[in-house]
Design a protein around this ligand. Structure first.
Ligand SMILES: [Zn+2]
Ligand SMILES: [Zn+2]
Length: 282
């Protein structure tokens, strides 16, 4: 088992919310000594039309895969560039078909399957947190209700019919819930969290350790507590992701996260590449 700097799950301007160009991202990663760099541009085929008016999720997958494959060749011998995608899971079966088509057409090196949205609305937009009354008033739904529903959604995402390798940023909902107490804890959601973790293990998927914790009182998603639980349940496959959208975020918090993972007991990271799981020493 070799040791490499890995960062599997990053974006560029090909994604609606990316800042730096893909070339800029790759040049920076190379200069930082990254050995495996995963590009996972957003494919969001489950968003509803109303939500699309709030945020433009358009994505030119043809241009992306074409450009990224060329760059992958350019970097051969210097850095392993993995050309992947981040699929936004939805219960909408039409979107599943589109994700399957993307896999058939472009054969991504890896896929991150992520829950960003409920009923076509990204949690980022806050819409799933509120219930509209008949008089138009919006009432905040309880954390118990919103997070339980989120866990069930993540659980269903694990049964997605299209191929995927990594379970993205488990706990995403807690980034945006608009209350001081937004912790996603085992004390409150232990059964639901266990159900997800056990299924990740049973399906031999990789649980992502995502460094984009957006102001939460933790350095990564899922939290340390959930990572410890995953380990205790027998989970060993994890990936590190900065989820960078600009060059300055590549490898963010990686040293602290690696120290934490080692302390928990993990000894390696898993890098998915065309169906193969490559073990990389922590
Ligand atoms: Zn994501
Ligand atoms: Zn992402």
């Amino acid at each position: 088992m070799k040791k490499f700097l890995t960062d599997i799950h990053n974006h560029s301007k090909f994604s609606y919310d990316g800042v730096s160009t893909l070339s800029e991202m790759l040049d920076t990663a190379l200069s930082l000594g990254v050995g495996f760099y995963g590009v996972a541009e957003h494919c969001e085929y489950g968003f509803c039309e109303k939500a699309r008016k709030k945020l433009d999720y358009s994505f030119n997958e043809d241009e992306y895969f074409h450009t990224a494959r060329h760059l992958q060749e350019d970097y051969q011998g210097c850095m392993n560039v993995l050309v992947g995608a981040e699929f936004g899971y939805t219960d909408d079966k039409k979107a599943w078909g589109r994700y399957e088509d993307t896999c058939k057409k472009y054969a991504p090196d890896f896929v991150v399957n992520s829950v960003h949205a409920l009923n076509g609305w990204d949690y980022y937009l806050q819409t799933p947190f509120f219930e509209e009354q008949e008089n138009g008033e919006k009432i905040l739904r309880t954390k118990k209700e919103v997070y339980t529903e989120y866990c069930q959604l993540v659980r269903r995402s694990l049964d997605a019919p299209y191929p995927y390798d990594i379970v993205g940023h488990f706990g995403y909902v807690s980034r945006y819930y608009p209350q001081d107490d937004r912790a996603f804890s085992l004390a409150e959601f232990g059964d639901e969290i266990d159900e997800v973790l056990k299924t990740v293990i049973a399906k031999d998927k990789i649980l992502e350790v995502n460094a984009s914790a957006h102001g939460l009182a933790q350095i990564c998603l899922p939290s340390e507590e959930i990572l410890r639980r995953y380990y205790a349940l027998g989970g060993r496959k994890i990936s590190y992701a900065s989820d960078a959208h600009q060059t300055s975020s590549i490898l963010r918090s990686r040293e602290q996260i690696v120290a934490l993972l080692k302390e928990i007991g993990f000894t390696y990271l898993t890098v998915p590449c065309r169906g193969e799981h490559i073990k990389v020493e922590l």
